[in-house]
Design a protein around this ligand. Structure first.
Ligand code: PMP
Length: 427
């Protein structure tokens, strides 16, 4: 029995399913999850002494690579001054100023402790601002596990086959309308049916919780226009894409302006952080200035701010995104070519440092139904073959893969060589 197997069996005694977040349990691929001991740069090391090139990056935050020296030092320095004060600090201003500078659609930002809190709070704000109850999301998009948002959701909710979870009152879910990703007509139809009831559209600007599905040209701007027409709030959930597909997020990459933006993952440099913000007009409705309540004991925590600031300051260097784009593009093209050489039908999507591959005959995968139609059995086999090769992919066919600044050309070469050997074994 490996040490990971021992720990997994032990963990299941006192932790539901042995994990503190469902996808970690390898439900989507079968087998025993690796228990990780440490991570450095592009590599993670498990408790059995194996090392892997990591394309999960803690599900997104580790865009600079694991244990980045500047982030590590910032955390150590901040910890020396105390772990939490529950009172304002100068580091919160530095963070807010930097975020608003990097994401120009944000005049103001409120820090929270997770992506879930960011989207949940942004939706409450949109509802409070408009005085409307309904929200519109897209099938296969995941925005965290708040009640209103766990309807036809992606990520772990998909892997577990629970698009909507028990425990969510039907009275809540009825206010969540779902449209088809990349299909503006499905959005128009819902607004035509409820012209004065929809508070907001929330969208993943590049969907990363049904594998990786970029927006078709005009989709995001179309959503902006529909929100303007019906006076609804346009929320772009950049928890995954923020600072990743481009320094200014997907909204910079696709040149579209939301009313509210949700952030998470990268913004905390690996600490538990989220944020939401947008135009001052809307943010003024938030307590203590306005009536919409939102709060957090540990929000703006000094250690988290130190880590996040160090991360964002390092990512500002244009060399970071240049390298990320270059290696991720090479990985995407290389995977496609290796699969072709081995006669394995594969579609690959890539935007910035986000990548997805689909075992499908389809030329392009643009929505949830297509993502579901892919060969998930083949993905499972590929995942385990790659793991044996020392490549750690997300353990689910419904998650995007992430590269980091620490991934070298040699890491990409090694990954492509491994992938080609694995494709050959799939035949
Ligand atoms: N929004 C998106 C787009 C996400 O990808 C995620 C998490 N994967 C969330 C929200 C929720 O973030 P968290 O897990 O930090 O609550």
């Amino acid at each position: 029995m490996s040490r990971s197997e021992q720990l997994f069996s032990q963990a299941q005694q006192t932790i539901p399913g042995g994990v503190n977040s469902p996808v970690r349990a390898f439900n989507g691929v079968g087998g025993t999850p690796l228990f990780i001991e440490r991570a450095e740069g592009a590599r993670i090391y498990d408790v059995d002494g194996n090392s892997y090139i990591d394309y999960v990056g803690s599900w997104g935050p580790m865009i600079l690579g694991h244990n980045h020296p500047a982030i590590h030092q910032a955390v150590v320095d901040a910890a020396a001054k105390g772990l939490s004060f529950g009172a304002p600090t100068a580091s919160e201003i530095a963070m807010a100023d930097l975020v608003c500078k990097l994401v120009p659609s944000m005049d103001q930002v409120r820090m929270v402790n997770s992506g879930t809190e960011a989207t949940m709070s942004a939706i409450r704000l949109a509802r409070g601002y408009t005085g409307r109850d309904k929200i519109l999301k897209f099938e296969g998009c995941y925005h965290g596990h708040a009640d209103s948002l766990l309807v036809k959701a992606g990520s772990g909710a998909l892997t577990l086959g629970q698009p909507s979870s028990p425990g969510i009152p039907a009275d809540f879910a009825q206010h969540t309308l779902t449209a088809t990703y990349n299909d503006l007509a499905s959005v128009e139809a819902l607004f035509a049916a409820y012209p004065e009831d929809i508070a907001c559209i929330i969208v993943e600007p590049v969907a990363g919780n049904m594998n990786c599905i970029p927006p078709l040209p005009g989709f995001l701007q179309g959503l902006r226009d529909i929100c303007d027409k019906y006076q609804a709030v346009f929320i772009i959930d950049e928890v995954m894409t923020g600072f990743r597909v481009a320094l200014g997020g997907a909204q910079a990459y696709y040149e579209v302006t939301p009313d509210l933006t949700c952030l998470g993952k990268v913004i905390g440099g690996g600490m538990p952080v989220g944020a939401f913000g947008g135009s001052k007009k809307i943010m003024d409705k938030l307590a203590p200035v306005g009536p919409v309540y939102q709060a957090g004991t540990l929000s703006g925590n000094p250690i988290a701010m130190a880590a996040g600031l160090a991360a964002l300051n390092a990512i500002k260097d244009p060399a970071v995104h240049q390298h990320l784009n270059q290696i991720t593009e090479r990985l995407a093209q290389g995977l496609k070519q290796a699969a072709e050489r081995q006669g394995i039908p594969l579609a690959v999507n890539q935007v910035g440092a986000m990548l997805g591959f689909f075992f499908t005959e389809a030329e392009q995968v643009t929505n949830f139904a297509q993502a579901c139609a892919c060969d998930s059995e083949r993905f499972k086999r590929f995942f385990h073959l790659m793991l044996e090769e020392g490549i750690y992919l997300a353990p689910s066919a419904f998650e995007a893969s992430f590269t980091s600044f620490a991934h070298s050309e040699a890491d990409i070469d090694a990954t492509l060589a491994a992938a080609e050997r694995c494709f050959a074994k799939l035949k």
